[in-house]
Ligand binder design. Structure first.
Ligand code: MTE
Length: 327
């Protein structure tokens, strides 16, 4: 992330390049079709919007409308093209287009996630088991990257809390560490000095238990494309995107605060909490505004919202904390 900013370059996205009229026509048609289908099926609008734009190339993974507060923003979705071609997944390269290009042969079956550490019921979960552990929900979340851009993505998954409850954490479990796959045979940048591998992230226990924290298996009503963290990732919508670790292989309950890969790389720049906060600037750039991907390179930037707009849901988790100190 810091490397990209050092170059001071933001890559254009497909919808930045597609002639605007053409793009809007296609979108309008999709939205029209979605509205019709939604009325016919009695579906909520956000869900219909998502279903209309899905490309139908991957296995279907529908999610029911979520009852979790804050889980269904009605903002315009970022196009499937942009969500799946403008990515950060450093194991596959540092350019935004690298993950889609270099992860085409990424093998995600068989797949297992080891859940271990301070729990009474540690277990290695096979992906099939994880997929049926709880009902799938659609969650339309804003994603705000620390680099100053954002998207609106219809994810599919269930609250991480569903899994946490089943493994019964002990009283010593204060934090959760997320470890992702680091396979140099499949991932060309693993072993490079860009970051330390495997990619590690962490949450405080109450953050991990919050209903908005999503164990994510799909987007746009289909299983996750490889470049978005197949077959299972985390999505924490009120934190900068790098907290949402992709392609998870281990979830570990620990007593000490984990040290994430980004904190190791540049402690002054990427703190443990990394809550979206327009008032706490990154040492090298402001966090007050953001560029919404798909709105074009010259569109006016949007104001960034405290906790990425999820303050009503998560603000109390940080009551009394100095968020400039605990950035
Ligand atoms: N997870 C892994 N394993 N490796 C990464 O490089 N990048 C993070 C996060 N999860 C990353 C990762 C960053 S910086 C962001 S912004 C989001 O993934 C991007 O998710 P997306 O490509 O699905 O939009």
């Amino acid at each position: 992330m810091h490397l990209l900013h050092d170059r001071g370059f933001q890559h254009p996205t497909p919808s930045d390049i597609t002639p605007r009229a053409l793009y809007e026509d296609r979108r309008r048609w999709l939205q029209f079709a979605a509205a019709g289908a939604a009325l016919a099926a009695g579906l909520p609008a956000a869900q219909a919007q998502a279903q209309a734009a899905g490309p139908g190339k991957l296995a279907k993974l529908p999610g029911a409308r979520s009852a979790v507060a804050g889980a269904a923003t009605m903002e315009k979705l970022t196009s499937y093209d942009d969500v799946t071609s403008y990515n950060n997944f450093y194991e596959f390269g540092t350019d935004k287009a690298d993950p889609a290009r270099n992860a085409t042969k990424f093998k995600t079956t068989p797949w297992a996630v080891a859940v271990e550490g301070e729990v009474r019921k540690p277990k290695v979960y096979d992906l099939a088991e994880l997929l049926k552990l709880a009902p799938m929900e659609e969650r339309v979340y804003r994603l705000r990257c620390v680099e100053g851009w954002s998207m609106v993505i219809p994810w599919v998954g269930y609250s991480l809390a569903e899994l946490i409850r089943r493994v019964e954490p002990t009283g010593n479990a204060k934090f959760v560490e997320f470890v992702t796959l680091a396979d140099p045979k499949q991932m060309p940048y693993v072993g490079s000095r860009v970051l330390s591998w495997p990619y590690v992230e962490g949450l405080r226990m109450d953050e991990a238990m919050h209903p908005l924290t999503l164990l994510t298996f799909g987007l746009y009503g289909e299983v996750l494309p490889n470049q978005n963290g197949a077959p299972v990732r985390l999505t924490v919508p009120w934190k900068y995107g790098f907290k949402s670790a992709k392609s998870l292989v281990k979830i570990r309950f620990v007593e000490q605060q984990p040290v994430s890969s980004w904190t190791k790389a540049a402690q002054q720049e990427y703190g443990f909490y990394s809550n979206v906060n327009p008032k706490v600037d990154h040492p090298r750039w402001s966090q007050a505004t953001e560029r919404r991907i798909g709105e074009g390179l010259f569109a006016k930037k949007r104001p960034t919202l405290m906790f990425n707009g999820y303050e009503a849901q998560v603000g109390q988790l940080y009551a009394g904390m100095d968020l400039a100190k605990h950035y």
